[in-house]
Write a new protein. Structure first.
Length: 220
């Protein structure tokens, strides 16, 4: 088997690679990268990324946003979502948000990766998956920055009393976002680790870069 074929066998459709990812599988990585691009196996994207397209009945599928972000950050710890997800709360939000937000531990700012634009926001704490409780807190915390009516935020406070109170309390403690805690102050929040211990049925885990994290405690 040729060295080029051996390298190609390590590639997985739909995945993104950096030059450094392929060095361990090639003794002439620059030459092999050029050959794979010439053959159409790899597509070079911005930021030094190479995409091995996954084929569908409609042709080559573009790289998934999660793959782009994962390769850019060199980290699996991030939460990627569109603020349009606030609409799922049923609060009557009216704005259309043409951006994708990435909560992470490394980058802050607007970056273009593989032809897609992302708003990276550095946070100490965030869950790796969305929930209604998290979206509510995130919406409320951004009250001063979102172009939504005051009625939306009044409805948000009413909805807070109908959601899973243990999840909501645990998130308010762990995220520690000041404006959200102020607005939702009628939800009693105590800094008590026993609260977290009483949530055995996991649907998500916190991700944190800080030393006092409950990332080993799951919240159901």
């Amino acid at each position: 088997m040729s060295a080029l074929k051996s390298l190609q066998n390590h590639l997985k459709p739909g995945h993104l690679y950096r030059r450094s990812d392929l060095e361990k599988h090639s003794n002439a990585v620059d030459r092999h990268l050029k050959q794979l691009q010439t053959k159409g196996v790899l597509k070079k994207l911005s930021g030094g990324l190479y995409h091995y397209p996954r084929m569908t009945k409609f042709g080559e599928a573009p790289p998934a946003d999660k793959e782009l972000v994962r390769s850019f950050l060199k980290d699996n710890r991030f939460l990627l979502f569109s603020p349009n997800a606030y609409n799922s709360l049923g609060l009557g939000t009216t704005q259309l948000y043409n951006e994708t937000v990435v909560y992470n531990h490394k980058r802050h700012g607007i970056f273009k990766v593989g032809g897609r634009t992302f708003r990276f926001i550095r946070k100490n704490h965030f869950p790796p998956t969305l929930s209604k409780e998290f979206l509510l807190i995130d919406l409320v915390n951004k009250e001063k920055h979102l172009q939504e009516s005051s009625e939306v935020f009044e409805k948000a406070k009413a909805l807070a009393k109908k959601l899973n109170q243990q999840k909501l309390k645990a998130l308010l403690i762990e995220l520690d976002w000041k404006h959200a805690k102020l607005v939702l102050s009628d939800i009693p929040v105590q800094h008590d680790e026993k609260l977290h211990m009483h949530l055995p049925h996991a649907t998500y885990q916190f991700v944190s870069s800080g030393p006092k994290s409950y990332k080993d405690i799951s919240f159901g």
